[in-house]
Each structure stands twice: as structure tokens, then as C-alpha cells.
Design a protein around this ligand. Structure first.
Ligand SMILES: Cc1cc2nc3c(=O)[nH]c(=O)nc-3n(C[C@H](O)[C@H](O)[C@H](O)COP(=O)(O)OP(=O)(O)OC[C@H]3O[C@@H](n4cnc5c(N)ncnc54)[C@H](O)[C@@H]3O)c2cc1C
Length: 425
């Protein structure tokens, strides 16, 4: 029983882990030299309803990656505008921890291996075809999981954004994203809001060394620094570009909001450097990610696969998907939750067993079903969904799913009959 996971972001890591725990031989293929994808520059966990989702996964026996992010958090239980009880993992140290953990669990990780095509027939994938440097490779499997995300490549950032901003995806060095589902002939969905195709990534990072030491000291101590911006320096309308609707609130336009994820995470898609350097304390500011953070950021939510609530891609018998590939779900937590389900269900399919659909009495099951129905049945492609804010967090609260009571969450999972379901054999 061999499961091939393509894309080593948080969703791919979770899928590989979940499948391996069910006893499958798992190969995780990543085109760059590091795992975690956009999670290499993120870091915010457990804010608002993400706390509930993480605890549900822990109660279901699928919480190892949350335990790792907790262990590697620089700050816990912090608040910033619109967000409560957040933790921030150290983006510089997270990847090797996850990489080693997956290896220890028996996952075969193949970095610098870019899938470029598929071998498919009669509604099934037989193999994915890769290039590793000059060498052509072929990976055959029983079931495949597309976790290639939706970000980039440069052509999309050039066409729909402000140009390639040289982000962590490093497309020019490793080659751009390639969608397995699309290569297999699946017609994908594209997020759009008015004239904007896709959406721009919502944050960038400044080198701490380039900031006033007093700002850095405050940031290191508290995790959050909020610097009011004079009206003339506020960039009106920039937040509408963001994929992260949960941060599209006035406080993020009226202030510089910095979070300590190892670097100084600036909660805006981009900010012109010359304007930033006029703000006291930021006179020497320099971007760490993306390198052209003064101009723009990467474009995402292009290329989402139609899928059912078990996360099987429609039209193919043995292809699952997770993370951003599975719809307009933003976030590491969201990627880990969907990745875990996809990895588990890939093994179920390989065993010819019925895949699992999580019930809507759990936030994770409700989110997966809700996003699908919004996109597929309502045709809404302009919104983004996350446990941490905006539309879906409102729904969580309205349906009484949001809670920070760990006991209540465990009882809910137990009542649904899913305690330790992902725990492995
Ligand atoms: C700048 C930024 C900051 C963010 N901050 C946060 C945050 O603080 N908290 C939060 O919860 N969320 C944050 N997010 C959102 C979050 O990172 C994503 O929604 C989530 O991590 C997506 O995970 P994923 O696995 O679906 O996709 P990705 O992270 O995009 O991973 C996809 C992976 O697939 C690989 N890949 C693509 N094509 C191929 C191929 N053909 N062959 C092999 N490999 C391939 C890519 O190299 C990549 O590693 C942030 C996003 C960005 C861009």
C-alpha cells in the first residue's frame, strides 16, 4: 500500500504523517529544499477558532503537528487586533523539527523533486512524473494526494499581482508550482473578487536588525507591537487585496502591527519601503520576506480542486487533496486538519474501505463541508474561510462550535464517535 503525497507544505506534511500512522508506505515529494511551504513564513496558531480546531484534532489522535508548533512557540496566549489566545511559532526553527519528525515516523521525504506531469488512465492515477535536477523520475502509488497549494508561480504573480516579489516559494530557483489535479485533467476553480484573480498573501517580514532596538525589545518581550500610522501614511484599500479576510479590519490599516515569529512579521501584504522608513523606529527597515515586500507579495487561490467532503478529488478514483488545494481555506491549522483527513482517507481508499467524512458537530467537519457547499453549490469564490476570523469564525460562534474549553471539545469529539480515530495502528 503506497501513498504518494505531492507538496510538502503543512497540508502535505499532515497527510504524509496521517497515512504513515495507518501503516502505509508514504513518499512525500517537495519541489524546494525545505518542507512547510508558505508555513516557512507564517507562524500564527491557535488564534480564535483555530484553538478549537487544534484541540479537536488532538482529541481525534491527529494532533502531533500541533504539539510540535506548541513546543516551538515563541509566544503563547497573546492578543492582537481582532485575535485572542494566539501562539506564534518560530519560523526559523520549525522546518527542521517537522522534517526530522516525519523521517522518524517512517515518511520518505524527497526534496528538490518537482512533479511535472502525471500518468493517468480510466479515472485513476498510475504515477506522477518528476524531475530531480536533470534526472527524470517516476513515482507509482496506489493513492495520491495533491497538496501543491495555490501560490505562484511567477507568471500568476506577474499577471494578477505586482510582479514576482521573490517570496519563500523561490519559484525561479526550484521551478513554479504544478498542480497534479490539473495535470490529470481536473477543471480547477479560481478564487476571484471583482477584477482581482486570486488574492495576495497577507503578511511580510522585516529584519529585526533593521528596526529600532526599542521596538525589537518590546516585540521580543510581548510578541506584539502596534505602532499608530499618521493618516497620510495609511494605504487605503490595500487590505481588500488580502487573502486573509480575518486581518482586513481597520486596525491593520491604521497601525503597523508587528508579531514576533523570530522575524518581525508585518501584518499587511506589502508596505512601500520609502513610506515605512518615514515612520520613527523604521528608518532603516529592510524586508526579509518577500525580498520585494515594499512592492507586493505572492498571489494565491489560483487552482483549487473540486472535491467531496472526504477530500477526494472529483473525477479521479485515487486522488485526494488538502490545504489550499481543497478550497478557499486559509491557514496552517486549516492545512493540517484537511491534510490529516486526506492522508487517513487515502489509506482507507487503498484498503477499499469507505472514506471518513467528519460530522458538522465538529468545527473541522463543519468547515470542510461549509467551504465545499459555498464554493460548489453557491458558486462563491470571492470569500476566504478560516477558523480564525471573518465568515467562518462567525459561523462557528453562531453554531456554538467555538470554545476554548478543552474538556468540552474532547466530550464533543467523543460524542461524535471519533476519539483517537487518527491515532494509528
Ligand atoms: C506570507 C504568508 C504568511 C502566512 N501566515 C500565516 C500564519 O501566520 N498563520 C496561518 O495559519 N497561516 C498563514 N498563512 C497561510 C498558510 O501558510 C497557508 O494557507 C497554508 O500553510 C497552506 O498550506 P498548503 O500545504 O495548502 O500549501 P503551501 O504552503 O503552498 O505548500 C504547498 C507545497 O507544495 C509544493 N509544490 C508545489 N508544486 C509542487 C510540485 N509540482 N512538485 C512538488 N512540490 C510542489 C510547494 O513547494 C509547497 O511547499 C500565510 C501565508 C503566507 C503566504
Amino acid at each position: 500500500m503506497k501513498i504518494i503525497v505531492i507538496g510538502g507544505g503543512w497540508s502535505g506534511c499532515a497527510a504524509a504523517l496521517a497515512a504513515s500512522k495507518q501503516g502505509a508506505e508514504v513518499v512525500l515529494i517537495e519541489r524546494t529544499d525545505m518542507l512547510l511551504g508558505t508555513g516557512l513564513v507564517g507562524g500564527i496558531m491557535r488564534n480564535n477558532g483555530r484553538f478549537t480546531a487544534a484541540e479537536e484534532m488532538l482529541a481525534m489522535g491527529g494532533g502531533e503537528l500541533f504539539a510540535l508548533t506548541d513546543q516551538n512557540s515563541l509566544h503563547r496566549q497573546i492578543e492582537f487586533p481582532g485575535h485572542r489566545h494566539a501562539s506564534l511559532y518560530n519560523v526559523a526553527r520549525m522546518e527542521p523539527v517537522v522534517h526530522r519528525f516525519l523521517l522518524s515516523k517512517g515518511v520518505a521525504v524527497r526534496c528538490r523533486t518537482r512533479i511535472t506531469d502525471v500518468d493517468a488512465a480510466d479515472g485513476r492515477l498510475r504515477a506522477v512524473l518528476a524531475r530531480q535536477g536533470e534526472e527524470a523520475m517516476r513515482y507509482e502509488g496506489d493513492v495520491f494526494i495533491d497538496t501543491t497549494g495555490t501560490a505562484g508561480g511567477p507568471a500568476n504573480c506577474n499577471k494578477y499581482g505586482n510582479g514576482c516579489a521573490m517570496c519563500i516559494l523561490r519559484c525561479h530557483s526550484f521551478g513554479g508550482r504544478v498542480s497534479v489535479a490539473a495535470k490529470a485533467g481536473v477543471k480547477e476553480m479560481i478564487g476571484r473578487k471583482g477584477d482581482q484573480i486570486g488574492a495576495m498573501s497577507g503578511s511580510c517580514k522585516l529584519l529585526k536588525e533593521s528596526l529600532d532596538p526599542r521596538i525589537v525589545a518590546d516585540l521580543d518581550r510581548t510578541g506584539v507591537t502596534v505602532v499608530p500610522l499618521p493618516p497620510a501614511k495609511q494605504l487605503k484599500g490595500k487590505l481588500a487585496l488580502k487573502c486573509c479576510q480575518q486581518y482586513a479590519i481597520p486596525e491593520f490599516e491604521q497601525n503597523i502591527v508587528l508579531l514576533n515569529t523570530g522575524h518581525a512579521k508585518l501584518m499587511t501584504p506589502f508596505f512601500p519601503l520609502e513610506l515605512l522608513r518615514e515612520v520613527p523606529g523604521f528608518e532603516n527597515a529592510r524586508y526579509e520576506d518577500p525580498y520585494a515586500g515594499g512592492l507586493g507579495n505572492s498571489i494565491r487561490y489560483i487552482g483549487m480542486a473540486p472535491r467531496d467532503n472526504a477530500l477526494k478529488v472529483e473525477g479521479l478514483d485515487n486522488l485526494y487533496c488538502a490545504g489550499e488545494k481543497a478550497g478557499l481555506l486559509v491557514g496552517h491549522t486549516e492545512a493540517i486538519c484537511t491534510g490529516t483527513l486526506a492522508g487517513y482517507n487515502a489509506v482507507k481508499t487503498a484498503r477499499r474501505e469507505k472514506p471518513l467524512v467528519l460530522p458538522d458537530s465538529l468545527a473541522v467537519g463543519d468547515a470542510i463541508g461549509f467551504v465545499r457547499s459555498q464554493m460548489r453549490e453557491e458558486g462563491i469564490l470571492s470569500l476566504k474561510y478560516t477558523f480564525s476570523g471573518s465568515v467562518y469564525f462567525e459561523r462557528m460562534k453562531a453554531r456554538n462550535l467555538y470554545t476554548t474549553e478543552e474538556k468540552t471539545i474532547r466530550e464533543r469529539v467523543h460524542a461524535a464517535g471519533f476519539s483517537e480515530v487518527f491515532a494509528g495502528r
